[in-house]
Design a protein around this ligand. Structure first.
Ligand code: SF4
Ligand code: FES
Length: 248
């Protein structure tokens, strides 16, 4: 395949960025999107030019770092996959592909396609622990009965990889899907009940402080989420937040 890549280049957080054109050839359908960028970067390095900076780690859809806006869609045109799982066979010979970083006030660009998602870390840190009795009286986790439906829903919520596609897809740059997944994975289980009130208040407050927008039920987040995190988590978090507010 021969392609034209239109890639966002930005020297650092302070500089203005711009789209730069890069023609590329010899791309195979079996290559992943990141392998295609590797080919481009090798060409740029050979020519003595600066390679394009982009985030990646696991390259198997579990770390959430490879987030790119591809032709205006977080993680590109495929459903339920991350950028690293996207194959070039989804594109056609002669295509032009726009590649940009995720855009949100709370995700500042570090360089080129790399963004700072530490706002997500701070949301998790605001409420991400549970109390466990370790005073010689520890209860075996398997001794606590949990409804199969609750266990499944908690597990589904826990599959959120913190990629930020939900924020990038949302016209309000809302982080409600992410935050609600992190709240739900605890609130559905007995182990998460001890700090439930403080947790939901602290995580929602931190989310607001980071500059994310509010949810207006558009649903773009659910559609673009590579892990299929459901909007039901947002409804659950709203209920938890309401209960916590009433408790004061
Ligand atoms: S909810 Fe989905 S889109 Fe949002 S951070 Fe988690 S995995 Fe990514
Ligand atoms: S590189 Fe880890 S999810 Fe893509």
């Amino acid at each position: 395949m021969n392609l034209t890549l239109k890639i966002w280049r930005q020297k650092d957080a302070q500089s203005k960025g711009k789209i730069v054109d890069y023609p590329i050839s010899g791309i195979e359908g079996d290559m992943s999107f990141l392998e295609m960028l590797d080919v481009l970067n090798e060409e740029l390095i050979t020519k003595g030019e600066e390679p394009v900076v982009f985030d990646h780690d696991c390259r198997e859809g579990i770390c959430g770092s490879c987030s790119l806006q591809i032709n205006g869609e977080p993680h590109g045109p495929d459903r339920l996959v991350t950028t690293c799982q996207l194959h070039m066979r989804k594109f056609n010979d002669g295509d032009t592909i726009f590649i940009e970083p995720f855009r949100a006030k709370a995700f500042p660009v570090v360089k080129d396609l790399m963004i700072d998602r530490s706002s997500f870390d701070r949301i998790q840190q605001a409420g991400g622990f549970i109390s466990v009795n370790t005073s010689g009286n520890t209860i075996d986790a398997n001794a606590i009965p949990i409804r199969k439906e609750d266990a499944d829903e908690a597990m589904d919520a826990a599959t959120c990889i913190g990629c930020g596609a939900c924020v990038a897809a949302c016209k309000n740059a809302s982080a409600m899907l992410f935050t609600s997944a992190k709240v739900s994975q605890f609130s559905l289980l007995p182990q998460g009940q001890v700090e439930a009130t403080e947790r939901v208040m602290a995580m929602v407050n931190q989310m607001d402080e980071e500059g994310f927008g509010n949810c207006t039920n558009t649903g773009a987040c659910e559609i673009e989420c590579p892990k299929g995190i459901s909007l039901e988590n947002i409804a659950r978090m709203n209920r938890e937040y309401m209960k916590a507010s009433l408790k004061g």
